[in-house]
Design a protein around this ligand. Structure first.
Ligand code: GAL
Length: 388
């Protein structure tokens, strides 16, 4: 339910968020001189060690931030933002990096799946901000479809577009297609059970709907995002919209290459970022974060019977030290191992905005007691810990 006090405190958070971005833009060079140390893979293979440095088959630190994993023909493909050293790494200088694995512990470097362009006229020219890339496979077209959050070079975070790239092979090269703000001119879909207070009234615009109406004609903002393919093959793009105040769950077309115009709004006015979705026993779960830029905050769990909602807010699912700050990380994806029912991995990033390349990965098992979902901290764990 919308509440004016929360909305004002949200506005303060938003100011903090903008100021912190400016701060990093101005002073982020501190640390840019830090030399990035490579070393051979440490002992402990066959284990996940959150926050420790993880190395690929060449002994180079894995560079795939804000990522997601595609499972295809018994191979896992991890896609993420390739970051460079210093604060320059908060912009996209290289592209989307891809790694492959058959066991989730050992990762082979597959190179840059979508390179940034040298052409200043391209939306994805070096120096733009391309974040949170996710790839899904379309069985009908046999194409690998990548969506990401795109900010145009030199425009801060104001473009708030989603971008699309397509490939014939999982590892790429991906061909950039277009970027835009989705669902222009479309009103939301209201799943059964949506309270009246959550319905947009275009004639009497409520405070929590003002950004939605502002962007109605030109398309809705699309920042932090994930993709989800349901059991029936339909795919959804879930993203932070409306100046990050409200999440949108939007249906993609049969080719996964465009938005159909059907979408719902989730947790209106409450600033959810970093969405990650999974489905278990026919119930949809979403883990996200609050909105504090690169700084960590508490994770938030939601549950729904339909992908469009209504989504029920269930609080923080994390257990263990530093649980109020998601162990220093921010969600990026939930990986369903081999499609098995209880084999779900919570994937998060521990950001290092002053030296972006040194961001780390926090992967943890998701545990269940009945339908109760928790993420539990472990210094070290393996796939045998899943489903416990
Ligand atoms: C975070 C967001 C990241 C990135 C960052 C920039 O809140 O989840 O993907 O956009 O802000 O400050």
């Amino acid at each position: 339910m919308f509440n004016v006090f929360k909305f004002q405190s949200s506005m303060n958070n938003y100011r903090f968020f903008i100021l912190s971005r400016l701060f990093f833009a101005c002073f982020g060079f501190i640390g840019a001189q830090q030399v990035y140390a490579q070393s051979t893979p440490p002992a402990g293979k066959g284990k996940f060690t959150p926050i420790a440095q993880w190395y690929d088959d060449k002994g180079v630190a894995i560079n795939a931030h804000g990522g997601g994993v595609l499972f295809k023909d018994n191979v896992y493909y991890w896609f993420g933002e390739h970051k460079v050293a210093g604060s320059a790494g908060n912009t996209s200088q290289v592209g989307v990096h891809c790694y492959s694995s058959t066991n989730l512990y050992d990762w082979k470097d597959e190179g840059i799946a979508l390179p940034m362009s040298d052409d200043e006229r391209s939306d994805i020219v070096k120096g733009c901000v391309l974040e949170r890339p996710k790839v899904i496979y379309n069985a009908k077209t046999k194409k690998y479809v990548m969506w990401f959050h795109l900010e145009l070079k030199g425009k801060g975070y104001s473009a708030a577009r989603t971008g699309l790239a397509i490939s014939d092979k999982p590892t790429g090269p991906y061909r950039y297609i277009r970027s835009y703000r989705p669902n222009a001119g479309k009103m939301p879909f209201y799943p059964k059970g949506t309270p009246d207070s959550d319905r947009v009234n275009a004639t009497i615009v409520k405070e929590q709907d003002k950004f939605f109406m502002r962007d109605f004609a030109g398309g809705q903002m699309a920042r932090d995002m994930t993709l989800f393919v349901d059991d029936d093959g339909k795919a959804y793009h879930i993203f932070s919209s409306e100046e990050n105040y409200t999440l949108h769950v939007a249906e993609l077309n049969a080719d996964y290459t465009a938005h159909t115009g059907k979408f719902s709004r989730v947790y209106i006015g409450q600033q959810t970022e970093a969405p990650a979705i999974f489905k278990r026993n026919g119930i949809y779960y979403m883990i996200g974060s609050g909105c504090t830029g690169w700084a960590p905050n508490a994770a938030r769990l939601f549950r729904a019977k339909s992908i469009f909602g209504p989504w029920e807010y269930l609080g923080n699912p994390c257990i263990g030290p530093n649980k109020e700050l998601t162990y220093g990380g921010q969600s990026t994806y939930v990986l369903n191992v081999n499609g098995k029912k209880n084999a779900l991995i919570f994937m998060a990033d521990k950001w290092e905005p002053k030296n972006a390349i040194d961001g780390r990965y926090i992967w943890l098992p998701i545990t269940f007691t009945g339908d109760d979902v928790k993420v539990v901290w472990k210094d070290s764990w393996d796939l045998g810990d899943l489903g416990k």
